[in-house]
Design a protein around this ligand. Structure first.
Ligand code: KIV
Ligand code: ZN
Length: 519
């Protein structure tokens, strides 16, 4: 059999590269990432993210821009005192007051920068080339005199006259800089040009080369990798690709490409990538699109019949293989929808505890496709409802637990309290409970009424679709688990969140009782 598969082609391409054995990662989520329009983190948020970046194994955390505000100063100082394994660095213009602000925070490394391109020099800082060079050298010397490590950036390097750029880098190396950075500040590079530029700079200096690419044309990751291909040593990136405008090079993509395709090592513990992305998503409020590589919800999800059949037989058939969901702390999902096939639907149903014969499976699959054809996203709760109908269990299910009535009292001076009347088989059950809010009180009341029969835990609660206005529709999705580990997802949509929550809960409880009856 021929050995000329894609790895052979990649190996041939790598022969022409000067790949380092290891690349260091500078994470700038807390600095450039925080410059994402609309993002602003408290110092507590920043400390939480820094701890997670440390756990992830980034080499350097750029913690912030201390001179920019009191809050930044506080956050960078707190992070510097955390005793992390990652080195902590602060950003400073080539101004003594900026550098001193970083040093006052106690960071062991200062990242100092100045615009070198004609356009930025003339229109923003209004300094001549000579003045910029002098300021850069003075800044580097000041940092080194204070015993800190110095990372120097020529801002807008990729649009800077090449002779002048190399002159600046030579001068800062001479002044004691430990590492230089080549920022593609407005994201105008293409990979072959990035390779040429890094090669030119490499001829002029001996210290390590770092790159900082922006994603204006979606090329931040390819340009960063191109720099590594010709001997670049460090990449600046952000979690979830956050950063000014279209963002910076995405850390997850850079690291997984290096690890799984190029075979270049980093210190990143890749199994923490997904949880890190989720933490940053939650604290910044910037939601990831589902089709985002590596950490997006669909990154390892399969719907179409051909793909699910393949993946269920051997996952590498429709996944890269060199990168598995486990490697990045994610999970594989088989989802139902209009492209679904019987193998996929059967696997999801089995996971939910259903046993179906061939005809039932065909009928369920056909109904799922019908729903999909109507433009509907088919959720697990929809699939359960279809399966219950086909298996003739709806009527039976309704007999187990029925919600007869409920009432909730809430106000600014009383603890939210709910009372519930349920019918369990033929028996009437009544009870009441309190909660932090009306939904919590109502769900606690349902659970406490049923506690003598079974202790049902609510393991997930999501309020998903809300249309506009005070009469908006609320869609509640709950996941429940009983003491034997049976779990069920259920959904209800109502104009009133409390009713939707109680109905979803009761429907989930019915599913669990059904599973138990089936043994
Ligand atoms: O994009 C940029 O040039 C920067 C510098 C401060 C490195 O963020
Ligand atoms: Zn930047």
């Amino acid at each position: 059999m021929s050995k000329r598969d894609y790895r052979h082609t990649i190996d041939r391409a790598k022969e022409g590269m000067r790949l380092p054995e290891r690349v260091t990662i500078l994470d700038t989520t807390l600095r450039d990432g925080e410059q994402t329009p609309g993002v602003s983190l408290t110092s507590g948020d920043k400390v939480a993210i820094a701890r997670q970046l440390d756990r992830l194994g980034v080499d350097i955390i750029e913690a912030g821009f201390p001179i920019s505000s009191k809050g930044e100063m506080e956050a960078v100082s707190r992070i510097a005192k955390e005793g992390l394994d990652s080195q902590v660095c602060g950003l400073a213009r080539v101004l003594i007051k900026d550098i001193d602000a970083c040093l006052d925070c106690g960071v062991p490394m200062v990242h100092t920068f100045v615009s070198t391109s004609d356009i930025q020099r003339e229109y923003t800082i209004k300094k001549s080339r000579e003045e910029v060079l002098g300021m850069a050298v003075e800044a580097v010397e000041h940092i080194k005199e204070h015993g800190a490590k110095c990372l120097f950036s020529a801002m807008d390097a990729t649009r800077t006259d090449l002779d002048y750029l190399t002159e600046v880098y030579e001068a800062v190396e001479e002044a004691g800089a430990d590492i230089i950075n080549i920022p593609d500040t407005v994201g105008v590079m293409i990979p072959p040009a990035m390779r040429l530029l890094v090669e030119e700079v490499r001829k002029a200096i001996r210290i390590p080369i770092d790159v900082h690419c922006h994603n204006d044309f979606g090329l931040a990751v390819p340009n960063s990798l191109a720099a590594i291909e010709v001997g670049g040593n460090q990449v600046q990136c952000t979690i979830n690709g956050l950063g000014e405008r279209a963002g910076n090079a995405d850390l997850e993509e850079v690291v997984m490409s290096l690890t799984s395709i190029y075979g270049v090592k980093t210190r990143i513990r890749t199994e923490y990538l997904y949880e890190t992305s989720k933490l940053v998503e939650r604290l910044t409020g910037i939601k990831m699109p589902p089709n985002y590589p590596i950490v997006g919800e669909n990154a390892f999800s399969h719907e179409s019949g051909i793909h699910t059949h393949g993946v269920l037989t051997k996952s590498d058939t429709f996944e890269p293989g060199v990168m598995t969901p486990e490697m990045v702390g994610h999970r594989r999902r088989i989802v139902s929808g209009k492209h679904a096939g019987t193998h996929g639907i059967q696997s999801i149903l089995e996971g939910m505890g259903y046993e179906v014969n061939r005809n039932q499976l065909l009928e369920i699959t056909s109904r799922v496709k019908d729903l999909g054809d109507k433009g509907k996203k088919v959720t697990d709760a929809d699939l359960q409802a279809i399966a219950d109908t086909i298996l003739g269990e709806v009527a039976k299910r309704e007999k187990i637990v029925n919600l007869e009535e409920y009432a909730v009292m809430t106000g600014n001076k009383i603890l939210p309290t709910a009372s519930v009347k349920l019918r369990f088989k033929e028996k009437e059950l009544r009870g009441a409970d309190t909660g932090v809010g009306p939904v919590d009180a109502a769900l606690n009341a349902v659970r406490s009424v049923l506690r003598e029969i079974e202790d049902i835990k609510l393991t997930e609660y999501r309020l998903e679709a809300i249309t506009g206005g005070s009469d908006a529709l609320a869609e509640v999705i709950v996941k429940l688990e009983d003491s034997k580990g049976n779990s069920a997802t259920a959904r209800a949509t109502r104009e009133d969140i409390v009713t939707a929550s109680v109905e979803a809960m009761v429907s989930g409880i019915n599913r669990i009782f059904l599973m138990r009856e089936k043994g």
